[in-house]
Each structure stands twice: as C-alpha cells, then as structure tokens.
Design a binder for this molecule. Structure first.
Ligand SMILES: Cc1ncc(COP(=O)(O)O)c(C=O)c1O
Length: 388
C-alpha cells in the first residue's frame, strides 16, 4: 500500500463520498474528554477496567428505557433491553444464535452491504425483495413467502433498515410496516429492525417502529450511538422479547467476555444522563440537514436529466441512478482517476449486477466544499460517459 488509509477505508487526499462515517468535526470529543475525566474521578472507577455485567451498563439501560417511553411511548422493561458493542454486534449475534448455514432470510434489494456480508459469512440464503420509493414492496414479499412456504424454505427473519435506509435513504411507510408485521405473524418469521438512523431525521415524525406495531413480539430492534455520538466508542443496544434477550445475555460470548465495553459504556451513560446527548442530537440534525441540502443542490446543478436520485429526510445517504447507457464500473474507474471515491451500487445487492447502474453517495463525512466538488466532478464524468 503506498497510500495511508485514514479512518476505515478512506484514502488520504481523496474525496471519500463512500464514507458512511460521521464527519470528524461533528464528533463531540471535547465533551467526551470532560466526561472521561469525570468518570475517572469516581471512587470505584477501577471496576470499569474489569469484566462488566453481561447485560451491559445498567445506568444506560435505564436511560434508554426511559427515553423510549418518553419519545415513543414504549414500555420497555429491563429484561427487554441489553447494551451491545454497536448494531454490528447485534446483527452478528442474532445471525449466530438464530440461524444456521443454508437457512433462508429476507432482505431488501438493495440492503445494507455490511449486513449482507455477515449473512454471507453465515452461509445464509438471502432472498432479496425489491423496494420502491416507499420501501420494500409488500406484494412481492408475500408472493415470495408463498413460494418459500411451498418449498418448506420459510425465512428465519427479515432484515430491514426502516428509517433512512442504507443505501437509499428511503423510509418504509407505516402501512407497509403493519402489513409486514401481519406477514411475520402469519409466516412465523422475526423482524430484525436495524434502526441506526432514527435520530438523524430532518422531519419531526416517523412511522411507528416494527417493535411498537408488533407490541414487542417477534421483533428485535437495534440502536446505536455510532451515528449520534461516535462509532469508535462501539456502543449500541438491542430491544426484544425477554426470553431472547436472556438467551443472548447468557450466551457463551457474554459469559466469556462480559457485557459490552464497560469503560466506554460508562462514558456514554454519563453523556446521556447529563442531557448532552439530546442537545448534541438536535445540533447534529441541523448539521446533517445542511449537508444533505448542499448535496441535493450540487446534484441538481451537476447531473444530466437522465440521472435520478433520492431526497432523503434523514440519515447519511443519497442513492443515485445512472443513465441507462452508463455503468457504475465505468464511472468508478474515471472518478478514481480524479480521486473521487463512492460506494458502487453493486455491493448492496444479493446479485451485484442489480446495482450496475447505481451509486451510493454519503453526505455525512466530507466537508461541504468537497461534497460540492466531488459531485460536480461525478456529474461531469457521467455526462461524458453518457454522450460517448
Ligand atoms: C444500517 C446500518 N447498520 C449498522 C451500522 C453499523 O452500526 P454500528 O457502528 O453500531 O455497528 C451501519 C453503519 O453504517 C448501518 O448503516
């Protein structure tokens, strides 16, 4: 390697429009530093350097339960919530415990690339269901379920990013959520609700979560501090039926290593309890909204009429559809030559060819000047390729 990658996968000196990371200037590191000092000065701080309670930091569990009650009117008991090392940990743990090689699951087409990786590692048969502007197409899901039932291949779960989906930014509508809850009951599969972008919203209201609609049955919901605090702290949470949470808490991994990241969980718990988190989230929403607006304006100015893109109301991503005669591979080659990196649509599909004309653009990481420059260069490259 002649170039030094900076944060995960970012090539120094490039414009990384692929990076679904929070921008460095949006990480509240000086507040966290103050909290580290305050946690450090607690008389029993040494316990945070030992193995932690398997279910995770109790102060944080209580804070999150109260917040869910306050903001969504959800009654969450202690036994319904555990602290995990980020949503990724949750997806891996659920996959490990609730599926075996060859099992069927349902995913969106497109779906979150790194979750598809986990499912591939576990040798699952991921059945992809198309989405449109309102999220997954329920009729198609129902047809697929009927077919799978006739072959005795019913899915173990449906994995979904319901709000501001990665990669498209699309939010799944309320009626579709309800219809999917009904299907999950009829066909006996779980819903894995990976809700990492919920708090990065530029609108006031969101449809109720699957967890709320189902009354907490047959749904495992994941949340994280990666998008609203810092991914490097590796703290998130899982909500689910008490018996499933108990099973995870009693799993070999937690028995062996204890609960998630006791030291950083204590810092996060103080960040939350002091009111800093809510304040930071409110500020972040404006910051990301400005970035989203800037990206949309740059797309309007740079792209040919034959390109189309989503207008997300939250999250980190915009999904761009290229003109018919332009492929993502061609754009990637030319963009890389100009030091612009984006996420190829191919990674987000079970069948990569389905993403051959798509690009995921992230507006979360790069400064607005780079966002404008990067999109403007991409627009030029795409126009050149279209006019060949
Ligand atoms: C849909 C989705 N799930 C999970 C993650 C990773 O979350 P965490 O850092 O909490 O593991 C991401 C990050 O990009 C994501 O987009």
């Amino acid at each position: 390697m002649d170039l030094q990658p900076t944060p995960q996968g970012v090539v120094a000196g490039s414009i990384p429009l692929f990076a679904g990371h929070p921008a460095h200037e949006l990480l509240p590191i000086s507040t966290v530093r103050t909290l580290v000092d305050s946690v450090w000065s607690q008389p029993d701080v040494v316990r945070l350097f030992n193995y932690g309670d398997e279910q995770g930091n109790q102060q944080l569990i209580d804070f999150l339960s109260a917040r869910l009650q306050r903001s969504e009117n959800l009654s969450i008991c202690r036994e319904n919530l555990m602290i995990i090392g980020g949503s990724t940990w949750g997806v891996e743990m659920i996959t490990h415990h609730l599926t075996g090689p060859g099992d069927t699951i349902l995913v969106d087409a497109p779906s979150y690339r790194d979750a598809l990786h986990i499912f591939r590692d576990a040798k699952l048969d991921a059945q992809a269901i198309s989405i449109d502007g309102g999220g997954v197409i329920v009729d198609e899901m129902e047809r697929r379920l009927r077919d799978l039932a006739s072959r005795k291949r019913l899915p173990k779960f449906y994995y979904v990013v319901p709000n501001f989906q990665n990669p498209t930014g699309i939010t799944l509508g309320r009626e579709r959520r309800q219809a999917i809850v009904d299907l999950s009951k009829a066909y006996g599969f779980l819903i894995i609700e990976d809700d990492v972008y919920r708090d990065i919203r530029f609108v006031n209201d969101l449809p109720p979560s699957f967890y709320a609609l189902s009354g907490g049955e047959k749904v495992l919901r994941l949340g994280t501090f990666s998008k609203t605090l810092a991914p490097g702290l590796r703290i998130g949470w899982l909500i689910g039926p008490a018996e499933t949470v108990k099973r995870f808490v009693n799993s070999g991994m937690l028995r062996m290593g204890g609960g998630a990241n006791p030291f950083t969980a204590a810092i996060v718990a103080d960040f939350c309890s002091s009111g800093n988190w809510e304040e930071h989230v409110a500020w972040l929403r404006n910051q990301y909204k400005d970035r989203r607006d800037c990206a949309l304006a740059a797309l309007d100015a740079a792209m040919p009429h034959s390109a189309h893109w989503t207008k997300p109301e939250g999250g980190y991503f915009i999904w761009l559809r290229l003109p018919e005669n332009v492929t993502v591979d061609e754009v990637e080659d030319r963009a890389k030559a100009e030091n612009i990196y984006f996420a190829s649509g191919k990674g987000f599909f079970v069948d990569p060819e389905d993403g051959a004309h798509h690009i995921r653009l992230s507006f979360s990481y790069v400064p607005v000047d780079d966002l404008q420059t990067g999109i403007s260069i991409l627009g030029r490259v795409i126009k050149q390729l279209e006019g060949r």
